[in-house]
Design a protein around this ligand. Structure first.
Ligand SMILES: [Zn+2]
Length: 86
């Protein structure tokens, strides 16, 4: 094994820790509570900005990815039928 391979592998691990694995359809639990009382948001779109829908009242917001990741307390991944246990 070349030395470069080990270095690359290390970088990959670091990135996986830093970048949250958030996908469309996931439920995010944020630190801040929406005025309606819900803390859970459904992910409608990911990219530079996240589009989130409040699970309590259906209100939709767009927030920058960084801000979203900072405010996320928990991510609930939706297992789609036929996808298996990941
Ligand atoms: Zn709400």
């Amino acid at each position: 094994m070349r030395q470069g391979d080990a270095q690359e592998a290390l970088v990959n691990v670091c990135e996986r820790v830093l970048v949250m694995d958030i996908k469309v359809g996931d439920i995010l639990q944020l630190k801040k509570q929406h005025p309606c009382g819900s803390k859970e948001w459904e992910v409608l779109r990911v990219g530079a900005d996240f589009r989130l829908k409040c699970m309590g009242c259906g209100h939709q917001i767009m927030i920058p990815r960084r801000q979203a990741e900072k405010n996320v307390k928990n991510v609930r991944h939706i297992t789609r039928p036929g996808q298996g246990a990941d």
